[in-house]
Design a protein around this ligand. Structure first.
Ligand code: BGP
Length: 489
């Protein structure tokens, strides 16, 4: 029986990350997180900002400077959009929009400010009890990301962060407190946002300072192994603590087309997909390291240190659903002279001559999402969830206090049509959360002026502004899509 379109109960939602939205820096007992330490100079020009966005690696000096600086001007992630205080009014807007699921992340450094305390911070637990309660009162399901890049910076300074297996123990203590307090109210749990980010944005992904490592690749992939172990332990714990666990895995999905029908380009695309994407989901959804990584690691001189029981743990604790972020498709070629553009987490991406790019240079490819959904359905046979998708661009508030973002409407339209076709193809797609449903501080460039929301937030890159929220044209368009469950696109 061929599916007809979006199933009844399809989850239409929106997503943010606590470190990009909350603010409330050091309020409520919060400790310093690794994302609080990412530096931004508001005097940088656009070229510097957008070039730098992809090299936002941390340095030893940069971390020291951040910890000594209690201010927020140069640390936009410390102020976000003040969601910490404004979430009731924002949730009222999400309710008006008709969202039936909201994805946000939990700040580990609110629950355990230094990460190694014996007992959790009560004020941090209260904040999430109130936030999740507000969502539930408004009939909105909760998709909670447990770590969206940010961990207590103390764990990096005094334990080596993800390099140290002890961090896995601290992480599991944090997760057991979350399951104990919110296990009944959270619907979907995601231990790690984009677990493949490590290779592209190493401070974000695994909180590693590459300049401090003799063999950065070895350190990076050992950190990723520790995150795989942590992920499997969360799943093992969820079977004991949660009634109906729904624990997901997530990658930044970079589907990649061969630039030409030259066999070398096809092989390049197969390997790009394996090494940048499938490796991570294969471990989390199939429960073992794929053979193709042996050759990859050997070439890099990387030797993953497994401990007794790691293989069995991974094999017996695979994810309940597969989620991913999708912004654009990529192009693979062995031809180094191929024309370049940029993309999510990457400074350089091969340009696709058949597709348009947005103002930032990210390729726009709705149909690619249909192909990706079919690929992931085939490979994993698990429920799928689009955890991030959206168009980040520069825009200004009109004098009538709105934004005519027809470009965002057409971006959503082509991606929603692709999802609908994928469902008719037989894909088990259960939900979608538009990234940056409300304007937040962007992750790469750390700017407000790269806006994703269907709700405009009146702050600039320095944090100046009223902080007022205004509905863009896309707010009303998305509201209708949700009301008609994707019938009217
Ligand atoms: C993803 C992150 C999100 C979000 C998105 C858009 O990698 O999971 O946090 O930021 O990228 O990127 P940016 O904000 O740099 O435009």
């Amino acid at each position: 029986m061929v599916n007809k379109g979006f199933p009844k109960g399809f989850l239409w939602g929106g997503a943010i990350a606590c470190s990009q939205a909350d603010g409330g820096y050091r309020e409520g007992g919060k400790g310093i997180s690794t994302q609080d330490c990412r530096f931004f100079d508001p005097n940088w020009d656009e070229k510097t900002i957008y070039e730098r966005a992809y090299f936002s690696e941390m340095s030893t000096a940069g971390l020291k400077r951040a910890i000594e600086d209690e201010g927020t001007l140069n640390y936009p992630l410390r102020r976000g959009i003040d969601f910490y205080h404004k979430y009731p009014q924002d949730i009222a807007l999400f309710k008006e929009l008709g969202l039936n699921v909201f994805r946000t992340s939990i700040s580990w450094s609110r629950i355990f400010p230094n990460g190694d305390e014996q007992l959790p911070n009560g004020e941090g637990l209260k904040y999430y009890k109130d936030l999740f309660g507000e969502l539930k009162e408004n009939g909105i399901k909760i998709f909670a990301t447990i770590v969206h890049y940010d961990i207590p910076v103390n764990l990096v300074l005094n334990y080596g962060g993800w390099k140290n297996r002890k961090t896995i123990d601290f992480f599991l203590k944090y997760v057991s407190v979350l399951f104990e307090n919110f296990g009944e109210i959270v619907d979907y749990w995601l231990p790690f946002n984009e677990i493949n980010a490590a290779r592209f944005a190493t401070w974000d992904g695994v909180c590693l300072i590459k300049e401090e490592e003799e063999n950065a690749e070895q350190a990076l992939y050992q950190c990723v192994h520790h995150q795989f172990i942590a992920n499997a332990k969360v799943i093992e714990l969820s079977k004991k603590m949660l009634k109906n666990p729904m624990i997901g895995g997530m990658i930044a999905r970079f589907c990649s087309y061969p630039a030409t029908c030259r066999p070398e380009d096809f092989l390049q695309s197969v390997q790009d997909e394996q090494y940048s994407n499938y490796f991570y989901l294969d471990v989390m959804a199939r429960g073992e390291y794929p053979k193709y990584m042996d050759r990859f690691f050997e070439k890099l001189g990387v030797e993953i240190q497994f401990e007794e029981g790691d293989e069995a743990l991974l094999k017996n604790n695979t994810v309940d659903f597969v989620s991913f972020s999708y912004y654009s498709s990529q192009v693979s070629t062995s031809d180094q002279s191929w024309e370049k553009t940029c993309g999510n987490l990457v400074a350089e991406a091969n340009l696709n001559p058949y597709l348009k790019t947005n103002k930032i240079g990210w390729t726009i490819d709705g149909l690619g999402l249909r192909s990706v959904l079919n690929q992931l359905e085939d490979r994993y046979r698990l429920p799928l969830f689009v955890a991030e998708n959206g168009l980040g661009t520069f825009e200004t508030l009109e004098k009538e206090l709105t934004v005519h973002d027809d470009y965002r409407i057409s971006y959503f339209e082509e991606h929603f049509k692709a999802m609908k076709e994928a469902i008719i193809d037989g894909v088990n797609l259960i939900g979608y959360t538009a990234w940056g449903i409300i304007d937040i501080v962007s992750c790469g460039p750390l700017t407000m002026d790269k806006r994703y929301g269907v709700i405009y937030v009146d702050y600039d890159n320095r944090g100046n502004g009223t902080g007022n929220r205004y509905k863009k044209d896309s707010f009303y368009w998305y509201k209708n899509v949700i009301e008609t469950n994707g019938e009217e696109l």
